[in-house]
Design a protein around this ligand. Structure first.
Ligand code: SAM
Ligand code: DTB
Ligand code: SF4
Length: 325
């Protein structure tokens, strides 16, 4: 969808926007269903990049220490627990600029993916930049979706990151598409962008061909020690709902994921976001390094709204029986 159409959609009276988004939502999605996704940081901190929102950049004194890649057995334990808790997607994140084929760490990741993919959940990874070969190998190992956010508009991106470019991000997304993985691509509200920057970001995302399979909408979690620690342009509740609704209209077939920042949102605001078209959340007490609402709190919210959670997939190989103890 082009910027001008996004703008007129976004700017219409609030209830008209909600009505339009709800109609699109009902045409494409089960009405009362939320997908639970579990996020795990498999390699935390020490990143070479300078993304000014990120606590995992080695350049900032955020208090997040650089760690090694988590052992496979620990990751598998977390993945099984995620499935037990009702997650249908398991997303593994690494604080890397990117990965290169043939390296020990990439081979380790492929090995991890092969085993996680036997558990019957969607397998998402977010490892930074990928070339065509790396993308193919991840796909073959069992990755179903790759998360690579463009984060903000092309114009604002250089104010936020200088160690890689917006075009670098687009190139990786193309490689992911060519390898046959689904693309998960969204951004962050609150990086000092203008309202137009937010819609320019959505223009790029909705003009991908094919459109992304999921669109995470994050609200900046200001991380101490980062250049954006004070937060710059936090979205107002209505701006957030308008953005979710506009994303729902612009990318009708995508899961719209209400992502980082939910700890600061009221139940009422989250309910409005679900009404406006959000149909997925990150579930579990922690995101990558930052807090997320407690599991019990989220289950309570979902129940009180009469929503249900996406049920486990039946068209994927049955998971291996757990070892008897
Ligand atoms: N290194 C990989 C990359 O940059 O693609 C993967 C991990 S990176 C932490 C994944 C995404 O998390 C970022 O693109 C950004 O959208 C989101 N993110 C990171 N820090 C955040 C923060 N403080 N608040 C909100 N979202 C954040
Ligand atoms: C996405 O869009 N948000 C998630 C996931 N994709 C990788 C990450 C949010 C990170 C929030 C900050 C932190 O935990 O450090
Ligand atoms: Fe590194 Fe990703 Fe954080 Fe940027 S967002 S500093 S690439 S972990």
């Amino acid at each position: 969808m082009k910027f001008a159409d996004l703008k007129s959609t976004y700017d219409q009276p609030f209830f008209d926007l909600l009505k339009q988004a709800r109609t699109v939502h009902e045409a494409h999605w089960p009405e009362n269903e939320v997908q639970l996704c579990t996020l795990l940081s498999i390699k935390t901190g020490g990143c070479s990049e300078d993304c000014s929102y990120c606590a995992q950049s080695a350049r900032y004194k955020s208090g997040v220490e650089a760690e090694r890649l988590m052992p496979k057995c620990d990751i598998l334990e977390r993945a099984r627990a995620a499935r037990e808790n009702g997650s249908t997607r398991f997303c593994m994140g690494a604080a890397w600029r990117g990965v290169r084929g043939g390296t020990e760490r990439f081979n380790q990741v492929l090995d991890i993916v092969r085993e996680v993919s036997e558990l019957g959940m969607e397998v998402c990874t977010t490892l930074g930049e990928l070339g065509p070969d790396e993308a193919k190998q991840l796909k073959e190992a069992g990755v179903t979706a790759y998360n690579h956010n463009i984060d903000t508009s092309p114009e604002h991106y250089p104010n936020i990151v200088t160690t890689h470019t917006f075009e670098d991000r687009l190139r990786t997304i193309k490689n992911v598409q060519d390898a046959g993985m689904s693309v998960c691509c969204g951004g962050i509200l609150g990086l000092g962008e203008t309202p137009d920057d937010r819609l320019k970001m959505l223009e790029v995302i909705s003009e991908f061909s094919p459109q992304p399979e999921s669109v995470p909408i994050n609200s900046l979690m200001p991380m101490p020690g980062t250049p954006l620690e004070d937060g710059k342009t936090p979205p107002t509740p209505f701006e957030l709902v308008r953005m979710i609704a506009t994303a729902r209209i612009a990318v009708p077939q995508a899961k719209v994921r209400l992502s980082a920042g939910r700890t600061q949102m009221s139940d009422e605001l989250q309910a409005l976001c679900f009404f406006a078209g959000a149909n997925s959340i990150f579930y579990g007490d922690k995101l990558l390094t930052a807090k997320n609402p407690a599991v019990e709190k989220d289950l309570g919210l979902i129940k009180s709204l009469g929503l249900g959670t996406q049920q486990p997939f039946t068209d994927v190989p049955a998971p291996k029986a757990p070892a008897l103890v």
